[in-house]
Design a protein around this ligand. Structure first.
Ligand SMILES: CC(C)(COP(=O)(O)OP(=O)(O)OC[C@H]1O[C@@H](n2cnc3c(N)ncnc32)[C@H](O)[C@@H]1OP(=O)(O)O)[C@@H](O)C(=O)NCCC(=O)NCCS
Length: 405
């Protein structure tokens, strides 16, 4: 579908080359399979959006849309933009965006600069900015009304100061975004900077018509793993210290549904049980800890007859998220410092990136890229990633913003 109304950003764009007239962006629905092929040619930069699309094919959602600035008939000319949009995520990331400029012109993350930028001429950056704002305008005009009509307001009137809750976002401690706002994740800091009037990441003033409720400053560091080392044919689980297991006492691999309340209680990042059930995850069990944890809401902790049926609770775990990123890595405090984080992260990648799984076809060749995000300030997490061989690549942010035009 083409966007019927165009937005003119002549005040934001540099003068156009008369030989190469710049067409104002249009937004199209796009076939995910075709976009996956295109995104694979942009690896590793495109990995967050690629993995999000692949997960969407494995678990289709009637409310998700794939939007691009090019149609099937056009050969995409850079800069172009593509996005996975699902506003019905109950407080989890709603939008993942990729710009072709990320593959061509990203400055790498360095400790000195701290923020990756897009190194393109002003007129190209102007085009990317116009594409970004046209995408937001399209989502607001075409998708937001349906979303807003589906959620129940908390309080008298839904407006930006009275948050709404839908059932999936009613998790304690979660502050949902204002109803008309978008929660964009994995957003390259160079793209985010285009939303600032000056083009500077930390600049306080957004472009006219935009309200930015929050973003990460300093941003997340995007780490990339060359995953082949974890998933090569016949690769086994990482060795564990004595007394620890990847399988429960009945030999089950992977996170079980009775683990989910404990896992959710250990993180402030909103992930519903429904989402976690659709993610590959790896637990570690300790021989010292075989009873259900008190936080297990199944009641098994109080009922000795149910214990064997419910099974053990893990003491460490890691998942690959809907965008394929290594996420929700956690080791219970009393078990830290024994290499368990490294082992469980490797196991999550081994299970999650297995051939024939969500993110890897049978017989697929090439590097098996896995990504993760660590706040600059999370020294422990960054140390674990680096010890596992991940390299800092660029920076990104999770942002909540509203587009008023
Ligand atoms: C981060 C976390 C998972 C590490 O668990 P862990 O089992 O102690 O980690 P490991 O024993 O596997 O350590 C791996 C490496 O990281 C280093 N490391 C771990 N915690 C560290 C810390 N707080 N400061 C500095 N380095 C640290 C270890 O020293 C080790 O490196 P070394 O072998 O050179 O000594 C754990 O602290 C945790 O659960 N934190 C809370 C949740 C969190 O922050 N998760 C990450 C979000 S992405």
């Amino acid at each position: 579908m083409k966007l019927k109304h165009h937005i003119s950003f002549s005040n934001l764009n540099s003068p156009m080359d008369p030989e190469k007239p710049y067409l104002e962006p249009c937004i199209h629905d796009y076939d995910p399979q075709a976009l996956i092929t295109l995104l694979k040619s942009h690896l590793p930069h495109s990995v967050p959006l690629l993995r999000r699309l692949q997960h969407g094919l494995a678990y289709p959602s009637s409310t998700s849309r794939i939007l691009t600035t090019f149609s099937g008939a056009d050969a995409p000319v850079s800069p172009w933009l593509a996005a996975h949009v699902d506003l019905f995520t109950g407080g989890e990331t709603q939008i993942v965006i990729y710009s072709s400029l990320e593959a061509q012109t990203t400055s790498p993350f360095t400790e000195r600069d701290g923020v990756s930028t897009l190194l393109a001429p002003p007129e190209i950056l102007g085009q990317a900015r116009a594409q970004l704002l046209t995408l937001l305008s399209h989502i607001k005009a075409e998708l937001l009304p349906v979303y807003l009509s589906s959620i129940q307001p908390v309080g008298p009137t839904p407006n930006s100061s009275s948050p709404v809750l839908n059932p999936a976002s009613s998790q304690p401690g979660l502050i949902p975004p204002p109803p008309g706002a978008f929660f964009i994740g994995n957003l390259h800091t160079g793209l985010f900077s285009l939303l600032k009037a000056s083009g500077e990441y930390s600049h306080p003033d957004p472009v006219p018509g935009l309200r930015i409720h929050r973003f990460n400053n300093p941003p997340y560091v995007k780490y990339l793993f060359r995953g082949h080392q974890f998933v090569s044919p016949g690769s086994a689980s990482a060795p564990l210290p004595a007394g620890y297991r990847f399988t429960d006492k009945t030999g089950r691999l992977g996170v079980q549904s009775h683990h989910l309340d404990l896992i959710r209680s250990r993180t402030s990042i909103p992930r519903s049980r429904e989402t976690l059930n659709k993610l590959p995850g790896a637990p570690i069990y300790s021989d010292r800890e075989t009873q259900p944890h008190p936080s297990d809401s199944s009641g098994a902790a109080d009922n000795p007859h149910d214990r064997s049926a419910v099974g053990e609770m893990p003491i460490a775990w890691a998942f690959l998220g809907v965008d394929g990123s290594l996420a929700t890595l956690h080791v219970e405090p009393e078990y830290r410092g024994q290499g368990l984080a490294m082992a469980v992260a490797q196991e999550a990648m081994r299970l999650g990136m297995a051939e024939g799984g969500i993110w890897r076809d049978h017989g697929e060749e090439g590097e098996v890229w896995v990504h993760t995000n660590a706040l600059e300030s999370n020294i422990a997490s960054r140390r674990v990633m680096e010890k596992l061989g991940a390299e800092p690549a660029w920076t990104c942010t999770w942002t909540v913003l509203e587009w008023d035009l």
